[in-house]
Design a protein around this ligand. Structure first.
Ligand SMILES: [Zn+2]
Length: 212
């Protein structure tokens, strides 16, 4: 085995860029965290949405990334937990669960963030959709209309509007979709009791309110 020096390891990590002949200093600086073991600084408890609380999902349930620089974020996927808020938080903390979402919205309007938007949460059951989207869970059961409270719609709409504003995502049903609409999805959430017309209207209103 030939032992590589530090320089060789470094340029191995940047191989794609080196081959492409990209030597501009800013490109190298932009890419330094792509090296193994290096990541952009991130702090435990750091949040993307003002008003959210933070509980970290198990690192087994999401993948570190550097969105929107490495993956464009242009979708929001709406979910329903099929369980209580507490059981969903516990599931995302469990390294064997193999799934997570960026946010869980509780029936009283509380918002918990569990994965940074920089990173890829495993929520859509579709790799490319996970890479391009922010996943929002809602506490409740798809067949219980009363679970979808006014407080939940309002908090989720404010959250979705904030995401749309930060990434320039259009507020429409093409860009804000349900888990059941993800290509290849075998999930039925958020189901027929989720009021899409109301939700999209509220996201639009929340976005207009922050723009004003
Ligand atoms: Zn789902």
């Amino acid at each position: 085995m030939v032992r590589m020096g530090r320089r060789a390891v470094l340029f191995g990590g940047l191989g794609v860029l080196a081959v492409a002949g990209i030597a501009a200093r800013d490109e190298i600086e932009r890419a330094w965290w792509l090296l193994p073991g290096v990541s952009k600084p991130r702090k435990e408890g750091e949040l993307d949405h003002a008003g959210a609380s933070w509980t970290s999902a198990s690192p087994a349930n999401w993948r570190m990334a550097d969105r929107p620089d490495d993956y464009r974020v242009d979708r929001i996927v709406v979910h329903v937990t099929q369980g209580s808020f507490e059981s969903s938080v516990d599931a995302f903390k469990n390294p064997w669960h193999k799934a997570s979402a960026h946010y869980i919205v509780r029936q009283d309007g509380h918002v918990e963030q569990m994965v940074r938007e920089l990173d890829i949460a495993f929520h859509a059951g579709n790799r490319s959709m996970n890479e391009r989207s922010v996943g929002i869970e809602h506490e409740g059961f798809v067949d219980r209309p009363k679970d979808f409270t006014d407080e939940m719609y309002a908090a989720s709409a404010r959250l979705a509007a904030d995401v749309c504003r930060r990434y320039g995502i259009p507020v429409d049903r093409r860009h804000i979709l349900g888990h059941s609409e993800v290509p290849g999805a075998d999930h039925t959430d958020p189901g027929s009791n989720w009021d899409w017309d109301r939700y999209i209207r509220m996201v639009g209103e929340a976005l207009a309110a922050t723009a004003a």
